[in-house]
Design a protein around this ligand. Structure first.
Ligand SMILES: Nc1ncnc2c1ncn2[C@@H]1O[C@H](COP(=O)(O)OP(=O)(O)OP(=O)(O)O)[C@@H](O)[C@H]1O
Ligand SMILES: [Mg+2]
Length: 236
């Protein structure tokens, strides 16, 4: 198992949000979490990356306990996290942004190798290496974030609403990028409100409401589930 969460309770100062959440992501799997605004989806991803004030329960990456690790150790252990809010450095170039993703790499040679590898996945980034990231379109910035997240060659990527705010063509490009990641053998845990398109490129999905897991199933079955259709599809 790539990521395993058992009995997770987590939240903010004096305010519990997640209640007894258990879920897993297997190696090479794309898993999507859906749920209404405020359900706790972002809090779930932040909890894995040790970005919420309190957590109890178990979070393991390939059997390794993540609870005592700081976010940079979690990154080094093999998880990349792209938060819901845009995170490129607008006044840095594409290339400088990519290098930031590799700040934990100790050797210049390794950094150059990784930059080469992500440029092959996203050729646009090589062609426009010196363009300021702030001048990219929203979709292009998302691609840059994905590329930067891949710099450390993570085993698992956590993506919080990767398609939010994008034009339909770029939404498809983002989900195609997720498929590409899976083809590269990466595991992906994503939160999405673009339910149909996200489930269409996922293996399994979870439905979260009020901080708890309500449903878990194969993505194909969730797409056909009447409750899911009524509650979540057609929104946005
Ligand atoms: N830093 C914080 N401090 C206190 N409460 C927070 C904080 N961040 C989120 N919350 C609260 O936690 C609850 C869950 O928020 P969260 O962002 O995890 O939901 P979400 O499912 O990601 O929603 P959305 O679909 O709108 O992104 C909300 O009630 C929110 O107000
Ligand atoms: Mg959120």
């Amino acid at each position: 198992m790539m990521l395993e969460i058992r009995g997770l309770n987590a939240g903010y100062a004096g305010r519990p949000i997640l209640g007894n959440v258990s879920m897993r992501v297997d190696a090479g799997e794309v898993v999507t979490v859906i749920g209404h605004n405020g359900a706790g989806k972002s809090t779930l991803l932040k909890s894995v990356f040790n970005l919420v004030p309190w957590r109890e329960g178990a979070i393991e990456l390939e059997g390794r306990d993540l609870l005592p690790l700081s976010p940079d150790r979690i990154l080094a252990a093999g998880i990349a996290y792209i938060p819901q809010n845009r995170s490129v450095f607008p006044r840095l170039t594409i290339d400088e942004n990519l290098r930031m993703g590799g700040y934990l790499l100790s050797s210049a040679k390794r950094l150059a190798e990784r930059i080469d590898a992500v440029r092959q996945l996203f050729p646009m980034l090589a062609q426009r290496a010196t363009q300021l990231a702030g001048t990219l379109s929203g979709g292009e910035q998302r691609m840059l974030e994905l590329a930067r997240a891949l710099l450390m060659d993570p085993k698992l990527l956590m993506l919080d609403e990767p398609s939010i705010g994008l034009a339909p063509k770029m939404v498809d490009a983002v989900f195609n990028a997720v498929r590409l990641l899976r083809d590269q053998g990466k595991a992906v845990l994503m939160v999405e409100q673009n339910v149909n398109k996200a489930l269409a490129c996922s293996d399994r999905g979870y439905v979260m409401e009020l901080g708890e897991i309500l449903l878990e199933d194969q993505a194909q079955r969730l797409i056909g589930d009447r409750r899911v259709a009524q509650l979540y599809m057609g929104r946005r």
